[in-house]
Design a protein around this ligand. Structure first.
Ligand SMILES: NC(=O)c1ccc[n+]([C@@H]2O[C@H](COP(=O)([O-])OP(=O)(O)OC[C@H]3O[C@@H](n4cnc5c(N)ncnc54)[C@H](O)[C@@H]3O)[C@@H](O)[C@H]2O)c1
Length: 370
């Protein structure tokens, strides 16, 4: 089945459509948004069939096909749940749900009905993340010991975000973004890579704070130390306060791996070898690039802050269904990602160590990254 339907056609939906255009075999059956004007603008621009209601979409979309839930985070649980109950595989934008009770209910629904349930971000399947994983597996840094990952986006409340529009003119939903918070919105961009490479996070020690954000908004800063079941330790920082920094560094016994752009599938992976020169120990500033051999996946130019192929996740789901194999973006992966992300976001100033209840093994690398 190569059919998708879409619920929610705001800012990110245009990014999905640009990405899906790279896969002409995939057909969009129906589109629904509760905002009638938005739905009409979106459907007429992209030449898509609008459904009158969500019920109509669930009744008319091909049974057993995939639905993309691209609505705002507070609507995710109800829509994911309705789609699963109606017998559809679900690819949800992040977060899977706003609390773990709801996330577990979705997981159970998917398991009971033998349906796929996956959650964004899918950049973990992209070239940059897959190259980083391949470099670690190839021993480019020796034994990896510690990871520093930053997702700082600058002082966003002072940015001219009122001017940020999608291709079909949907405004960047700043009120919702600030209410949901930068950790729920962004931590997954590196957390998904780390879980994919190292598997289960056993314990989270985190803090979060409203540095500038008002009481009604979510924390605009968080920092976490993640203790993986394998013994790996990682520090992850998210903020919409500190100057833009999307660096991830994997520090190993022999070298440091570095990548600077979380939201660019083509971001380069560098190896900085550690050497001693006379009495000094240093990582060489002249880095060697680690590259995969051969072709990877279709790439997209930059729109706004991202140069990402948003279709990688839905395409992985469709391929898994066609090939009768497990989906790399599994329901376990979505559940674990949700639990760790919520633990960081909700840490506040004195949560202490939080042991995770869910688990997830590392993700099988993409065939071109093995
Ligand atoms: N904005 C970005 O750059 C970006 C990037 C990556 C991922 N995301 C994620 O994408 C999702 C959507 O974000 P967005 O920026 O497109 O938001 P948005 O507000 O621009 O669009 C969301 C759309 O969903 C519709 N909607 C909300 N509740 C609905 C419901 N119950 N039924 C039908 N339609 C409903 C809204 O009317 C709106 O058109 C979020 O989960 C966000 O985290 C956003």
């Amino acid at each position: 089945m190569t059919t998708l339907s879409i619920i929610g056609c705001g800012f990110v939906a245009d990014l999905y459509m640009r990405s899906l255009a790279k896969y002409p075999d995939i057909k969009i059956a129906y589109v629904f948004d509760q905002d009638q004007a938005r739905k009409e603008t979106f459907c007429s621009y992209w030449g898509l069939q609008a459904a009158a209601t969500q019920c109509a979409l669930l009744a008319d979309a091909p049974k057993g096909s995939v639905i993309l839930n691209l609505t705002n985070p507070n609507a995710h649980y109800a829509i994911n749940s309705a789609c699963l109950k109606a017998g559809f595989h679900v690819y949800s934008e992040k977060p899977l749900a706003m609390n773990m009770d709801d996330a577990h209910k979705l997981y159970t629904l998917a398991m009971e009905r033998d349906l796929l349930l996956a959650c964004a971000p899918c950049s973990v399947l992209g070239e940059a993340a897959q190259t980083l994983g391949a470099a670690i597996r190839a021993g480019a840094v020796g034994t990896p010991r510690l990871i520093y990952a930053e997702l700082d986006d600058g002082f966003v409340t002072q940015a001219p975000y009122g001017k940020w529009l999608s291709e079909t003119g949907a405004p960047w939903p700043y009120k919702d973004e600030f209410k949901v918070g930068c950790t729920l919105e962004h931590a997954g961009y590196y957390l998904s890579w780390l879980i994919a490479i190292f598997g289960t996070v056993k314990t989270v020690v985190a803090a979060s704070a409203n540095v500038v954000a008002g009481e009604d908004d979510a924390p605009d800063y968080s920092s976490a130390t993640l203790f993986f079941l394998t013994g790996m330790v990682a520090r992850l920082t998210c903020s919409i306060i500190a100057p833009h920094d999307h660096q991830i560094r994997v520090i190993g016994d022999k070298a440091v791996l570095r990548l600077d752009k979380a939201w660019d599938n083509s971001a380069k992976v560098f190896i900085h070898k550690r050497v001693t020169i006379r009495r000094k120990l240093l990582e060489l500033p002249f880095a060697k690039r680690f590259k995969l051999k051969g072709a990877t996946h279709p790439k997209l130019g930059r729109w706004g802050a991202a140069s990402m192929n948003f279709a990688l996740g839905p395409v992985e789901m469709i391929s898994a269904l066609q090939e009768g194999r497990p989906c790399r973006l599994s329901a376990e992966f979505a559940l674990h990602l949700n639990e760790v992300t919520l633990a960081i976001q909700n840490a506040g100033s004195q949560s202490g160590a939080q042991d995770m209840q869910t688990q997830c093994p590392p993700i099988e690398p993409m065939p071109w990254a093995k």
